[in-house]
Design a protein around this ligand. Sequence first.
Ligand SMILES: [Zn+2]
Length: 297
Amino acid sequence: MPELPEVENLRLGLMRKIVGQKIKSVKVLAPKLVSGSGNIRASSRVKAAEFIGGITGKVIEGIERRAKNLIFRFKNGGLLLVHLKMSGQFVYREGKKMVEGGHPIELSRSELPNKHTHIIFELSRGTLYYNDIRTFGYLLYFKNQSALDKTGHFKDVGPEPLSREFTLEYFIGALKSKKSKLKSILLGQSVVAGLGNIYADEACFEAGVRPTRIASSLRVEEAERLYFAIKRILKRAIETGGSSVATYMLLDESRGNYAREHKVYGRGGEPCVNCGKKLKSITLNGRTTVFCVGCQR
Ligand SMILES: [Zn+2]
C-alpha cells in the first residue's frame, strides 16, 4: 500500500500534469469503486451515475492530500476523494508521454486500457486511467466539502506528521493514553496520519524502540526519539520519491529511491546495519514486522 510519501509524490506529479484540465467524459467500468469505501461493498449503478454526472465537464483546480487520501478539487465546487488502498494506480497519458503513480502494474506499460483499468477520465489534453488489481481502492464524488465532512471520513484521522498540529507534546500525551502495541497505534492513523508498514517499522528502528511495546510504556525520551524519527524519515522519503518495493512507482516513470535506504523493512533475517545481529521478523496485527532485538528496546 502506498504510504504518505508515495501518495504525496503522486499528488505532486499529477498536479503538474492535470491541474487546469477539463474532464470531458468519464467511463466507469467497475461501479464498485465509486459506490463506497468499505472493503466489502456492493456495486451501485445509482452511485456510478452520480459520479459521472458530478464530475463530467468539471475543471480540476487542485489536488490535496490528507493522510493517504487524495482530494481532487473542481472549479465551481465538487470534489473527488481517492484512496488507492492495496493496489490502485493512476496512469496519465498525453500523446506519447505516459506517466504513472501508485501500485506498479507492468501491464499498464504496454497496454492501456487493460484488464485492471476500471475508470477512464478523458481530459482536455490526455487520458487519466485508474487501474486497480484487487479493487479495494475507491473514488468518491462529493458535491461540496460539507457533504464529505458529513461522512466522518477523516474523523478518526490524527494530525499530519509534517504539520504544525503534530507537536512533540501532543505525541507524548497521545502515546501515554494508549494501551495497545506501538505498531498498531502507528498503523491505526488516529495518533498520527499517513504511516503504513514500511515507515512504522523504519521509525521504530531509528528511535530504538520495539514495535511490540505497549505505547503507554514509552519513556519521554523514547517518545521524543520516535517523534523526530517519524518526521525525519517521512521528509527524506518524500525527497527521494518514496519507496518502490515492487508496490510503488512514481509518476515520472522512475521508481522511488527510498527503498534503498530501508534499514529493517523487508530485511527480516538479514544482519542489522547497526549491530550485525539477525533482524527479527514477526507478524503483528496480520502485518510483517521487522526489528532488531539488539538495537531496539
Ligand atoms: Zn541492531
